[in-house]
Design a binder for this molecule. Sequence first.
Ligand code: AHR
Length: 616
Amino acid sequence: LFVNASEASAKKIPETLFGIFFEEINHAGAGGLWAELVSNRGFEAGGPNTPSNIDPWSVIGDESSLLVSTDRSSCFDRNKIALRMEVLCGGEGTICPAGGVGIYNPGFWGMNIEQGKTYKLVLYARSLGPINVSVSLTGSTGLQLAATNFVASDVSNWTKLEAILQAKGTDANSRLQLTTTRKGVIWFDQVSLMPTDTYKGHGFRNDLFEMVKNMRPAFIRFPGGCFVEGEWLRNAFRWKETIGPWEERPGHFGDVWHYWTDDGLGHLEFLQLAEDLGALPIWVFNNGVSHNDEVDTSSISPFLQEILDGIEFARGDRDSKWGSVRAAMGHPEPFDLRYVAVGNEDCGKKNYLGNYLKFYSAIKSAYPDIKIISNCDGSSQPLDHPADLYDYHIYSSANNVFASAQKFDKASRNGPKAFVSEYAVTGNDAGKGSLLAALAEAGFLIGLEKNCDAVEMASYAPLFVNTHDRTWSPDAIVFDSSQAYGTPSYWMQHFFRESNGATLLSSTLQPNPSSSLIASAITWKDTEDNRHLRIKVVNFGSNSVTLQISIDGMEVNSLQSSGSTKTELTSSNVMDENSFQVPNKVVPVKTQLDDVGEEMDVVLSPHSVTSLDFVL
Ligand code: AHR
């Protein structure tokens, strides 16, 4: 490998090259990063018609002691369904079973309740008579981990009841129970249980947030791909339905990935997530096109205003109409929204281009600096419409993804740049996240680095999977209610954490082209002004390789300084995966690198990604 360290042959890598794509898929947000523990907290998931399915709520007691149903009596106008519980026992002559009767919510495949931690419970209740409701967090063995009582003599109007519950034990499969031993009718609505220690109190589950933060993403594309489109427009993500007090949000059924979300993780929370990650938000909005229906371009005008309002909500000042709504929600300062994407994978659909052009001119005339991302692929031929970036997605076999490192070699350097907003190895090569997939993806990303004058951004997809709703495999981060691990593809992305804004040096592999090796070299300065050199190599083959490295244009002495390391992602079997049982089977391993210099030999393991790091 010949590395030429001269500035003359170097390229500046965009500050935004590597980021993340968050989609509400696989319960990534609801039951995942969004820390709300109650599933279907407003009883809306069963639909607007009553009686409705209250799943996953269940009844404690039998029909001789209580009748549970739903009606449309909620005090919240946009989500009218409330739960009605008629308690038949507990009156004269009928004693309720020990422990009472009522309802319980198992959360998203179990609530993770941890000893010593506190949980904020909020619920709305109404009754014609006095109430005495026992609230408990109960472990899978029936052990009560926390409890309180709501006793009130007059809740004839809907009343907000709140409590902080402190757990005296740990159980990752707990549930929330609301029970009573008193005869009467009680309505419940908007029952929420949140851990109090979410990231900065912003509602993000700490362990998952930290895993994402550790990727150091430059941007976050949200709230999804297909999730934004919907199978049908009526089920698409509509930002205005996801803001304001959580109790008033209607929630919606994501019909592509088949689950209900209360939209606690709404437009503001996504922007907040970006800010907390130090990442630029990239809002993907629906442009009037779903998988199965489309708004005709002649009637798209109201949708334009909807999106302009959403941009104003994000970045308008606090005196603007929508900026003031944001301010009222607790974020007076504008968010740093610089990019929007018009739709997802919709290029070629009947009204895409017509609608796109309307959105393009409406947004550019109101916000000339906002960069607009088209769904149409401009990698092989110029786009026939104006855009700042074009979206490119690749899901394929390991060989295809590895070979796609060259995909942008011939792409235009003059027109819009590529946003590879979704890439991953899928199918048999990937399983639920194999080393093989990660190697191919690492090779692909090295190809993107080398083409950083044609590619401005890239993100892996999907980011998250709740192991109980694995709709899409593989994913970068796997979790359940209490634990999480990174797949090899997650760890592979750590090799690129310093690439954003770095300098790409010219590097050449000989013999060239090599079918199973790909390499790049970057330099960057850290916050203390120390200069670093990193050489990354993917050995996609099954043989170990002794790589002779020759570095030209860099002081020998600087290379010999201490602290040189070799970090390797590999495993004995290329199909190895991580798991809850063995979460660190395939993770980067760092060792000291000796005998460094302008000329050096480094042994690359079969099937490996290697990073050689030098402090200059
Ligand atoms: O990442 C999963 C899905 O793949 C995205 O929703 C969509 O854009 C693509 O088809």
